[in-house]
Write a protein that binds this ligand. Structure first.
Ligand code: YH5
Length: 275
């Protein structure tokens, strides 16, 4: 069971979280109508494609990406979240900034996707004071430098221990277990070998007793394996999503919602669900 504001999922079948990136406006008129409208239109398309959750983000956390100011991030995401108010699925806010979390929750978001796993007290408080769900993700290092030299004694044990501690911290802050999702954070301070270990052993994280989210879509590890550029990784991405679901993922975070939904329909059919 996952409790997400006014929404509830029984998790009888895997869920697809569609990625909605709000890119900076390239027009120089000072307005934001174009980027806001484009993001809302993309979100509506992903809904039509079968997304169960929409993850709205205003700052890229790809390796090496520049940080965005709090005001800039708010200016990007708030009009989109407001524009999606009343949509049929939960809207998730992809941010590690507590003020952006609060503003997004006030504007109607039902989930917080925090790559920093609520390690800031103000983030814990922002989520605790709502009835939203939260995704607690593992990363090693900061996005700017995390891919320089990722090192682990035992990647599975270390990520698992971290997520276990963050579940405990969230529960201690008043966030009920039924609101918590965990994520090993593919690509966030991990080599290809680490990422493959995490995917192979995903069931270890499922054993922590809360739903597991897997974000593999278009990531560099798929490029490293296939030799394909970021815009040619759809097939590899849906294969990776299916493997994650097969190993127990409850939610997959993807760009290619339509294709992933088709693949998971096959998985659902074979696994006896008729939804
Ligand atoms: C995630 O795994 N990832 S942002 C690099 C790419 C393609 C995509 C080089 N936010 C996750 O999607 N939140 C991001 O090509 C996330 N889990 C959760 N919970 C990075 C991303 C990407 C990076």
């Amino acid at each position: 069971m996952l409790h997400c504001g006014k929404f509830q999922f029984d998790l009888a079948r895997p869920l697809v979280m569609g990625i909605v990136n709000v890119t900076p406006d390239s027009f120089s008129d000072g307005g934001r109508h174009a980027s806001t409208a484009a993001a809302i239109a993309h979100a509506v398309q992903l809904l039509e494609d079968g997304a169960d959750i929409l993850d709205v983000g205003g700052e890229s956390t790809r390796p090496g990406a520049a940080e965005v100011s709090e005001q800039e991030e708010l200016d990007r995401v708030l009009p989109v979240i407001e524009g999606l108010r009343g949509i049929a699925v939960p809207v998730s806010i992809d941010t590690y900034k507590p003020k952006v979390m609060r503003a997004a929750l006030d504007a109607g978001a039902s989930m917080v996707n925090d790559i920093n796993a609520l390690q800031k007290d103000a983030s814990l408080e922002a989520v605790a004071g709502s009835d939203a769900a939260v995704c607690l993700m593992h990363k090693q290092g900061a996005p700017q430098t995390m891919q320089q030299q990722p090192q682990y004694r035992d990647v599975i044990a270390e990520v698992s221990e971290f997520l276990h501690r963050r579940i405990a911290a969230a529960e201690a802050a008043g966030i009920a277990r039924k609101r918590i999702v965990i994520d090993p954070g593919f690509g966030f301070g991990k080599t290809l070998a680490h990422n493959l270990d995490l995917l192979r052993e995903l069931e270890t994280f499922c054993a922590l007793g809360v739903p597991v989210l897997a974000g593999l879509s278009r990531k560099s590890m798929l490029g490293a394996i296939t030799g394909r550029d970021v815009n040619e990784r759809m097939t590899a991405s849906v294969a990776a999503a299916l493997l994650a679901v097969q190993r127990g993922a409850a939610i997959v975070r993807v760009h290619d919602v339509r294709e992933t939904v088709d693949v998971l329909k096959i998985w659902n059919a074979v696994n006896g669900s008729n939804k």
